[in-house]
Design a protein around this ligand. Structure first.
Ligand code: SF4
Length: 112
């Protein structure tokens, strides 16, 4: 009579039929979701005060493209801008400040 003996390195799926199944592993505990909080506002509301740092400004005129009612690169090569633009221009001024490659535009919130 011939008997079969599985080698020690045989895969476990060849276990004999009478062997008990291996228990399922315990699932990893899931962290509870973080409480929802409102993100900080990205755009200042209302009116802003505009300031341009002339030491940083390289006259790329990207701000003029974004907010032509507020920024203007004159024929003399100087940048002119409205320091107190109207409230309806705030969104475009914020976009101009974001797009300025020299980060030369500073905006501060104006309450009135
Ligand atoms: S985009 Fe910035 S660097 Fe270019 S002109 Fe305007 S303020 Fe100056």
């Amino acid at each position: 009579m011939t008997t079969y003996a599985a080698p020690a390195s045989a895969p476990t799926r060849y276990r004999p039929r009478h062997a008990a199944p291996e228990p399922e592993p315990e699932p990893e505990p899931i962290d509870p979701p973080a409480p929802a909080t409102a993100p900080p506002p990205l755009l200042p509301k209302g009116r802003v005060h505009v300031d341009v740092n002339n030491n940083h400004c390289k006259l790329f005129a990207i701000c003029q493209q974004e907010a032509p009612d507020v920024f203007e690169l004159g024929p003399d090569g100087r940048l002119r801008y409205r320091a107190h633009p109207r409230a309806e221009h705030t969104e475009r001024v914020v976009q101009a400040a974001r797009c300025c490659p020299m980060q030369a535009i500073t905006l501060t919130h104006r309450s009135a």
